[in-house]
Design a protein around this ligand. Structure first.
Ligand code: GMT
Length: 381
């Protein structure tokens, strides 16, 4: 198949999922055309039948703001026409599903391109709920040929909050379990921690929904009982506040703010535990990647996290904002090496259920169904 994939190219789960999906599909023999405003972060080494088409923004002096939706739709039309695309798969509804709808309509006299929209999270739970956006988001979702969401939680949210009547197929996030695999590298670990210390990790884009200051507070409690270090991976609006809090609590020297990193499997392999106290998390891709590296996760109970983290087996789940309880769970695990080892193994086994080999065929099946226009109700599993 010839598939166009649109996503945000910056650090963020939806862009990562879209990029990894495209790379995996190319390996399975499909031709992939990424259509985005810059090269997606995980697309550095393009292999296989993969193309990148940059969306150029018009800079005419009359425009105070770039016409992203229109420029994207125009590029989609161009690529679909000249590369004879079968499918446009857009990740993150706003405004990608709208651009795809425009492209589909304009192409319709000569080409019946199928539009698949994957809902990732804040496009539905936050940004899309803004009253002036809601009708547009609802319309664009409903006009897609097929819609997927990354968790049952997000599926239900979309049904109830947007009153969407279209069927939403749940296809969870996935992970390359061969790349995200624990490798013992004590040299790397010793750069951050001393012998006998535990290493805790958090990976995110440091937006308010991630509650990074909660990570710092949980760590503050942990380190009072167990010698440990905290690795904070990523960057974003809440980084300064988290650094300020770490200084205020007098624990800055025990925290490494690593910023944006690409060598995630290596960093995760150096960790004993991941903290994810998010306020909203439709799936929790970073948690899955950690689990794939045999790192148990202590998380909040929000969104789709309980669909991934099995309480008492692969980690623990606590109420949103319950810093004390999350710290208690972390201490329970970090203070018992046998339990920690068991949770590590459980985490890896759970992650294997979300491996590319299991999830990518679900997308392929949906594409095939879309192209054959078989039945309204499809079981993609
Ligand atoms: O806010 C983020 O975490 C980024 C966001 C995105 O769309 O780029 O991530 C969302 O999509 C990921 C991939 O499907 C999910 O794993 C994340 O849980 C989800 N984030 C939120 O719902 C906050």
């Amino acid at each position: 198949m010839k598939i166009g994939i649109t996503c945000y190219p910056t650090y963020g789960g939806s862009g990562v999922v879209a990029t990894e999906l495209g790379k995996a599909l190319a390996q399975r023999g499909h031709q992939i055309h990424f259509i985005s405003y810059s090269l997606p972060v995980r697309l550095e080494n393009i292999v296989g039948d993969v193309f990148f088409h940059e969306v150029e923004m018009s800079q005419y002096p009359l425009f105070d703001f770039p016409l992203y939706t229109d420029s994207l739709a125009s590029k989609m039309i161009d690529v679909a026409k000249y590369h004879d695309l079968d499918i446009l798969h857009v990740h993150y509804a706003i405004p990608h599903a709208t651009s795809a709808y425009i492209a589909k309509q304009i192409l319709s006299p000569t080409k019946d391109i199928k539009v698949i929209t994957t809902l990732h999270g804040t496009d539905v739970t936050l940004v899309g709920l803004e009253p002036s956006f809601l009708p547009l988001v609802k319309f664009s979702i409903e006009q897609s040929d097929y819609v997927t969401s990354v968790s049952r939680f997000l599926q239900m949210k979309t049904y109830t909050m947007y009153n969407v009547e279209k069927e939403i197929h749940v296809i969870p996030n996935f992970v390359d379990i061969n790349r995200f695999k624990r490798t013992e590298n004590s040299q790397f670990r010793s750069r951050f921690s001393s012998e006998g210390e535990k290493v805790i990790v958090h990976v995110s884009n440091f937006r308010a929904v991630k509650r990074v200051p909660d990570v710092v507070r949980i760590f503050d409690i942990i380190r009072k009982s167990i010698p440990s270090k905290l690795l904070l991976v990523g960057d974003g609006p809440d980084r300064s506040e988290s650094e300020r809090l770490a200084r205020e609590l007098g624990i800055f020297d025990d925290i490494r703010f690593l910023g944006k990193q690409t060598r995630l499997p290596e960093i995760l392999s150096a960790a004993d535990l991941m903290l994810m106290p998010s306020q909203s998390e439709s799936f929790g891709l970073s948690a899955l990647e950690a689990m794939s590296c045999s790192v148990p996760v202590v998380s909040s109970s929000t969104g789709g996290l309980p669909e991934l983290v099995v309480h008492g087996e692969t980690g623990y789940i606590a109420e949103l904002g319950d810093v004390q309880r999350m710290a208690k769970y972390a201490l329970e695990l970090l203070g018992d090496d046998r339990k920690l080892e068991l949770f590590r193994q459980n985490a890896r086994r759970r992650a294997e259920k979300f491996s590319e080999d299991i999830i990518i065929p679900q997308y392929e099946k949906l594409y095939e169904v879309a192209l054959n226009e078989a039945g309204a109700s499809v079981d993609v599993k």
